[in-house]
Design a protein around this ligand. Structure first.
Ligand code: NAD
Length: 359
């Protein structure tokens, strides 16, 4: 992009007037520095490569349990080895002016620990989904960011995908009327032992990891927060593998206008779809939740849309929020809302499928 175009983009959005002074208000050409916390599958496969495609960010530091891995990242991404931190030395990020945003990509039950460390170091916080493992822990993150005066965003990449934007457009225009009947499923067959099957780190089973996408999509399609949930946990086929988390769960969300979303998630099946029906038409995505290759149609015909790098757009959006002094459209309140819905779903399943209100 030309420097003039970038200048106009930033100044049109009021970057100079609103940006926090320590964030390059005098240098709109500078990309914001991002530190990735946790160099696992998602950082390695998606976020690192996406950072090379961002317009407003660059990888400037990492936090990892493996200094050797961190040094390799420093060489690959061109930042100094002094910008490799351990989880216990994250406090030193406070002295690194090259880091503006800390992106927490560790297992969910560690998000509060890492977000607090980032906020205390004075860095803006991007936290992966699910935000944490309970609404109480989400509050801890929200309060830490508030106290430090830093911004908070959740890694809800699908809000930056144009297929999902089509759904939001239909909700905004009400072209088909309200979507009253929705179905969605996200499931895969887990073969390898990992934190995702450990309650202490994951907070739950596939509902926390995959089902949350269906919860998100249902809220998008309904344009509202559900009032209640009913849920059933299915019998385990591999109880030795899924000792203290569910293997498969079905649930129904009920929205204030009476709309319902029937949903399913599992670590022992394959599903990746979402459909919403209204009086005047329908919307469907299949696959719905992938990083790319999303496909779908509405009652008007197939959706013909070019793919994007969701993660690059998501990180650029947060960088612009930081530069422009705006709140993220996928902020802490949304992460907390989804955890409240997840808690209602688990409470219903634990109560034998009784209707539980979302609080
Ligand atoms: P992963 O297991 O591949 O990576 C986790 C990282 O955390 C590893 O680098 C690991 O070393 C580190 N870690 C630090 N302390 C740990 C501990 N005590 N136990 C286990 N690991 C520890 O997992 P991942 O797939 O990269 O997922 C990480 C986060 O990203 C999760 O919150 C997950 O939900 C999220 N995620 C989001 C998406 C998305 O599309 N938005 C996709 C995948 C993962």
């Amino acid at each position: 992009m030309s420097s003039r175009r970038r200048f106009l983009e930033l100044s049109a959005a009021g970057a100079f007037a609103l940006a926090s002074p320590r964030l390059h208000a005098k240098d709109p050409m500078k990309k914001l520095g991002v530190a990735l916390v946790g160099l696992g599958m998602y950082s390695t496969g998606q976020l690192g490569p996406a950072l090379k495609q961002t317009k407003h960010c660059r990888l400037s530091a990492v936090v990892t349990g493996s200094p050797e891995k961190g040094r390799q990242w420093a060489r690959d991404y061109g930042f100094p080895e002094s910008s490799v931190y351990g989880y216990d030395t994250m406090g030193r990020l406070a002295d690194n002016k090259d880091v503006d945003i800390v992106y927490v990509v560790t297992p969910p039950a560690l998000h509060a620990r890492d977000c607090i460390a980032a906020a205390k170091a004075g860095k803006h916080v991007l936290c992966e989904k699910p935000m944490e493992v309970s609404t109480a822990q989400c509050d801890v993150i929200i309060n830490a960011c508030k106290a430090a005066g830093v911004k908070l965003s959740i890694g809800y990449r699908l809000h930056f995908d144009p297929f999902h934007e089509e759904l939001r457009k239909l909700v905004r225009s009400q072209e088909f009327g309200p979507f009253m009947t929705m179905t969605g499923g996200f499931a895969f067959s887990m073969q390898k032992a990992q934190w995702r099957a450990e309650k202490a780190l994951a907070g739950g089973g596939p509902l926390m990891d995959l089902g949350i996408y269906v919860v998100q999509e249902a809220c998008m399609a309904a344009g509202a927060t559900p009032v209640a949930a009913t849920a059933t946990v299915h019998p385990k086929k591999r109880p030795e593998f899924f000792k203290d988390v569910e293997e498969s769960i079905s649930w129904t969300l009920e929205f204030p206008n009476g709309a319902k979303c029937e949903s399913f998630t599992s670590y022992d099946a394959g599903r990746n779809d979402f459909r919403a029906e209204a009086k005047g038409g329908w919307f469907e995505l299949k696959p719905a939740f992938n990083y790319g290759g999303i496909a779908g149609a509405t009652s008007r015909g197939p959706l013909v849309i070019a793919g994007v790098n969701q993660q690059a757009l998501q990180m650029d959006d947060f960088a612009l929020c930081v530069l422009n002094g705006q709140e993220s459209r996928v902020g802490g309140a949304m992460g907390r809302r989804d955890m409240a819905i997840v808690e209602a779903i688990y409470a219903s399943a634990a109560g034998g499928g009784k209707r539980v209100e979302v609080r």
